[in-house]
Design a protein around this ligand. Structure first.
Ligand SMILES: Cc1cc2nc3c(=O)[nH]c(=O)nc-3n(C[C@H](O)[C@H](O)[C@H](O)COP(=O)(O)OP(=O)(O)OC[C@H]3O[C@@H](n4cnc5c(N)ncnc54)[C@H](O)[C@@H]3O)c2cc1C
Length: 377
């Protein structure tokens, strides 16, 4: 499915990661942050939002270029650099729902790295059940006045523009009456809480956001008022597909590291991969990867043909997230004590892969979606 151009691009991006990103990951993880200029560096090389039209600073690249970027960031160890979320999950909301003014205001900066994007759905009391969202935006003349709090927001500290899911119709119940409103950095009443400390993805910035009589112009509404939940569901297909292929890329990388280690490491006079128990374990993991690769590549192609693959993508998100986490456990086990040491990369992948079965909808919620669509619930 990849053309020669895609392969050349992969090689070029892999070299960029090797030269510009991988050597700095340890320092970023230790500092708990990725410097802002990394975003600009990515933007300068057209590695942010590559699919955007040229007029907005993109190169009109197909979705496979985004897939390549997401995979190679993971393979190069820069899992914490959340540019795929920015480029392929959040910028599409602006591109698809934004009016001409919004697009020209925010998209070129998103492609250059001058504007970092975040999306804020989760609240302290509302995670899986988005219908329970309490952050609300009341209309006052030509403004919305937003009050509420969001948590676990990726890119939260760096963010220059946050798409905030708010309740705009206080009488509406459940998933009705929600809207997507863009809030810019430095808007009075909008504050960022502390950067949250995490067990993995330590360099990625995850923050709480607070809205206290935060006044934004009605012109910052994305799409139509009260259609927010519908939009979130519509664009979650790409978000969950991205997460699935990232989980798979992590599994591939973990197995690659483990194969190299177990061929090298000897005990009882033999490489540890040659003990039948370990060899069979490795074969089972390789089988999972081959199955996952066939499934995900097929979904990528269907998604590129604009097919509705919500159910299959939900299955993929659940399956790859769990598979990669199980693989992380097995791969650390095969590394023995060295697998527990920070100096071995498998240890970081083990920690970084954990939230892939949690964010963008947990494994359980993915199964719930499919079960409902199958008429089981
Ligand atoms: C690193 C990280 C980054 C994130 N980035 C963002 C972001 O950028 N923007 C954003 O809006 N959010 C973000 N999130 C939040 C993430 O989307 C939520 O954590 C996730 O949706 C789960 O919500 P919760 O944590 O409140 O868990 P809960 O909803 O409280 O769930 C707890 C457990 O109960 C289970 N559960 C809940 N309901 C059911 C049910 N009906 N049936 C069976 N089991 C159920 C869940 O599966 C889970 O196992 C991020 C989270 C993490 C960890």
């Amino acid at each position: 499915m990849y053309s020669e151009e895609h392969n050349v691009f992969r090689e070029a991006f892999r070299n960029f990661v090797k030269k510009e990103l991988s050597p700095h990951v340890d320092e970023w993880e230790a500092n708990g942050a990725i410097p802002r200029d990394v975003w600009k560096k990515m933007g300068a090389e057209w590695y942010l939002c590559p699919w955007l039209p040229e007029e907005f600073g993109g190169s009109e690249a197909d979705f496979l270029y985004s897939v390549i970027i997401a995979e190679e960031l993971i393979k190069g160890g820069a899992v914490s650099l959340m540019t795929p979320l920015h480029s392929d999950i959040i910028a599409p909301y602006i591109s698809h729902l934004g009016n001409a003014e919004q697009k020209i205001k925010w998209l070129p900066g998103s492609a250059s790295g001058d504007i970092v994007l975040a999306v804020a759905m989760t609240e302290p009391d509302t995670g899986s059940d988005l219908a329970g969202m309490r952050t609300h935006a009341e209309r006052d003349g030509d403004d919305y006045v937003i009050n509420g709090a969001k948590t676990f927001i990726t890119n939260g500290i760096h963010a220059d523009l946050v798409i905030v899911a708010c309740r705009t119709d206080k009488d509406a119940k459940g998933t009705k009456g929600l809207s997507l409103i863009c809030v810019e950095r430095d808007t009075p009443g909008f504050t960022k809480g502390k950067k949250l400390e995490k067990m993995g993805l330590c360099a990625s910035d995850t923050a709480e956001l607070f809205f206290d009589d935060c006044r934004v112009p009605v012109a910052n509404l994305l799409g139509e008022e009260n259609r927010g939940f519908y939009y979130l569901m519509e664009y979650l297909q790409q978000e969950r597909l991205m997460c699935s292929l990232q989980s798979l890329a992590m599994a591939e990388k973990m197995l690659e590291l483990t194969l190299a280690y177990t061929k090298e490491r000897k005990q009882f006079g033999k490489p540890i991969c040659s003990f039948q128990h370990n060899a069979f374990k490795i074969v089972e993991m390789m089988t999972d990867i081959k199955l996952g690769r066939a499934f995900i590549d097929n979904l990528i192609l269907k998604h590129m043909r604009n097919e509705n693959v919500v159910d299959e993508v939900s299955m993929a998100k659940a399956w790859t997230g769990e598979m990669a986490n199980k693989m992380a456990y097995q791969c650390v086990q095969l590394h023995g004590g060295y697998g527990f040491m920070d100096e071995y990369p498998i240890s970081r992948y083990y920690r970084d892969v954990r939230p892939f079965s949690i964010f963008a909808g947990t494994t359980e919620i993915m199964k719930q979606i499919v079960a409902k669509n199958m008429g089981l619930m």
